[in-house]
Design a protein around this ligand. Sequence first.
Ligand code: CMC
Length: 428
Amino acid sequence: MTDKQAKLEIGTDSLDLPVLQGSCGPDVVDIRKLYGSTGKFTFDPGYKSTASCESALTFIDGEEGVLLHRGYPIGQLAENSSFMETAYLLLNNDLPSQGELDDFTYTISRHTMLHEQLMQFYRGFRRDAHPMAIMCGVVGALSAFYHDSTDISDPDHRKISSHRLIAKMPTIAAAAYKYSIGQPFVYPDNSLSYTGNFLRMTFGVPAEPYEVNPVVEKALDRIFILHADHEQNASTSTVRLAGSSGANPFACIAAGIACLWGPAHGGANEAALNMLKEIGTPDRIPHYIERAKDRNDPFRLMGFGHRVYKNYDPRAAVMQKTVREVFDSLGVKDPVFETALQLEEIALNDDYFREKKLFPNVDFYSGIILSAIGFPTTMFTALFALARTVGWVAQWNEMISDPGQVIGRPRQLYTGPTERDYLSMDKR
Ligand code: CMC
């Protein structure tokens, strides 16, 4: 809290509202007492001006293009950390010692297998089901298989369910892929890294040995770091809202996966690559730029623009660099990457995009690299969900451990009919 007060005047009434100050970012006007004191609500669809919670995990300065996890810049984490270490950091507030990291990695590796009956659950899905549809279903079903860790008032249960979710997500995502292509499931190999294990479960087959490519492993691990958390985005807010009613964490993360699926959120990586492929060659870029600018055309440049970033998304910068590194080391040449680079340059020099502060976001380049690694586009959002599970779980834990936590229950501006009497069928 600061000693600043905000004064709200409604007609002849006035109300002093406390102004809260975080460690970084804008001050926040505390309106919690507004309704009780004035009988009025605020109106903010899409939460464009509303802080929905207090959080110490992740900070974004959208104007400056800054993203910090527990204070550490995303660029430094992507360069120096690993996904397991970043997960530890998000869950525990500080970077681990070597012993703490080893213990954490070991614990996660002990939870990678799925209940065998859950593996049979897959067979109920159509063969051509989208992996995100399978993820929603299978993750939700975890609560039916792991009852023993669903008492959210017990910190040990919260910890075990968090570890289970982080550990099982690669197994669930890889199995969704294997099922869709009709190959046998590959069981986890805990001697591999978190990311190496996922690569093997996705691209390996039981009939042959699989060797993890260290360049690909490092690049994918970095992609996971870039997606680990992003403060109160739509899916994280969904997880928090679902969790605020006391729902178990498996159900809450399934809700987050459903929200992430949309093309305005996590589904944008799939949409961005599809768009780049549709554009095809650089000479067709101007046509698509004109379409994106046309108010009568619903087309948008996918992978461009962000609710919070009004500057270059720092994750996009790391992603672009990673594409170059992987392509150089694997000797890949992809015309789609050239199209993306040129599209970015043209858009960044176009008045429409400059005035609206539309820059590439994390999804603009991620699809290109995931495709080069061998993932089909339908798996892109599933990979996002896998990595974001760490953030969802950390945010859910933060919320549940807060003694002041209450159920989330927004109000509304009602515009429907006023009270009227029921009409019998013959009078309508
Ligand atoms: N292409 C063309 N115009 C755009 C775009 C775009 N990608 N994004 C925003 N605009 C325009 C929009 O038409 C609007 O114009 P006007 O003021 O004339 O009506 C203005 O910019 C503001 O857009 P908005 O939709 O009000 O902004 P928002 O904050 O509600 O939406 C967004 C943010 C990410 C949903 C939007 O930029 C978008 O749809 N981008 C494409 C989808 C995408 O890449 N999503 C991934 C986001 S990053 C990954 C994640 O966190 O999930």
